[in-house]
Design a protein around this ligand. Structure first.
Ligand code: PRP
Ligand code: ORO
Length: 238
């Protein structure tokens, strides 16, 4: 089993280095959607240059295709929740088709509108209909799980079957609690809970452990220390 100190495989190290040099992965002090204050932040919106978009799409495509080859997971539609999931679903679909046209070329992608359209064809889904389809969700990050649960609700409402989830980064942190002693109590991660509740694989290109391992030797000692402290404080129990 990989330990926290093992060197990263090269595709992960390349992806991590691209994230750092493009400013997608930043170190400092950031308030998350869950209101937690984090020493790092992954901003997938900054993959706006085409060569960088290709790097993240290719990392997603290799992670997903590798898992499909080694398991019984297969899918019909790659679903990217609005907003940041939208370009990720389209770009990853292109990379999958380039990787294996026969296997992936005829698969579909789709995404939701944050506000349903009430004219024209109406509705809140753009792209492939989800009814009766095996759906994989693709998104940037899962922290507290709010966004991913909204995406799962959309798929179920549209009559699709969730078969898997892939994200760029698994932050490996416990879900926020409701009490004042939030930080002290052990709790599972949102990813762990989604895996348990829906019985589907949740894949990630990188994890928090990968970032800390990859920073060793290239990051500042202060950044690494703050990341390790954050991991010790918020690490999920699963
Ligand atoms: O697990 P959570 O605590 O929900 O947080 C993570 C999600 O929140 C952010 O997206 P957001 O919903 O802000 O939408 P956006 O893509 O429009 O920025 C982020 O891109 C993740 O998808
Ligand atoms: O939890 C979040 O809000 C969050 C974390 C992160 O690293 N990146 C992001 O876009 N959102």
């Amino acid at each position: 089993m990989a330990s926290n100190n093992d060197p990263l495989p090269s595709y992960k190290a390349d992806f991590l280095n691209a994230c750092i040099s493009a400013g997608v992965l930043k170190f400092g002090s950031f308030t998350l959607k869950s209101k937690r204050v984090s020493p790092y932040f992954f901003n997938a919106g900054l993959f706006h240059r085409f060569d960088l978009l290709r790097i993240i799409a290719s990392a997603f495509a290799h992670t997903l295709a590798g898992h499909i080859d080694s398991s019984s997971l297969d899918f019909d539609v790659l679903f990217g929740p609005a907003y940041k999931g939208i370009p990720l679903s389209a770009a990853t679909g292109l990379e999958l088709a380039a990787l294996d046209a026969e296997k992936f070329g005829k698969k579909d992608y789709s995404f939701n509108r944050k506000e349903a359209k009430d004219h024209g064809e109406g509705g809140s889904i753009v792209g492939a209909p989800l009814k009766g389809k095996r759906v994989v969700i693709i998104d940037d990050v899962i922290t507290a799980g709010t966004a991913i649960r909204e995406a799962i609700d959309i798929i179920h409402r549209e009559g699709g079957q969730l078969v898997g989830i892939i994200v760029a980064l698994d932050r490996m942190e416990k879900m926020p609690g409701t009490g004042v002693d939030d930080d002290a109590a052990p709790r599972p991660s949102a990813i762990g809970e989604v895996r348990k509740q829906y019985g589907v694989p949740v894949l990630s290109v990188l994890t928090l452990n990968d970032i800390i391992a990859g920073l060793t030797g290239i990051g500042s000692e202060e950044d690494i220390r703050r990341m390790e402290e954050y991991r010790a404080k918020y690490k999920a129990s699963d």
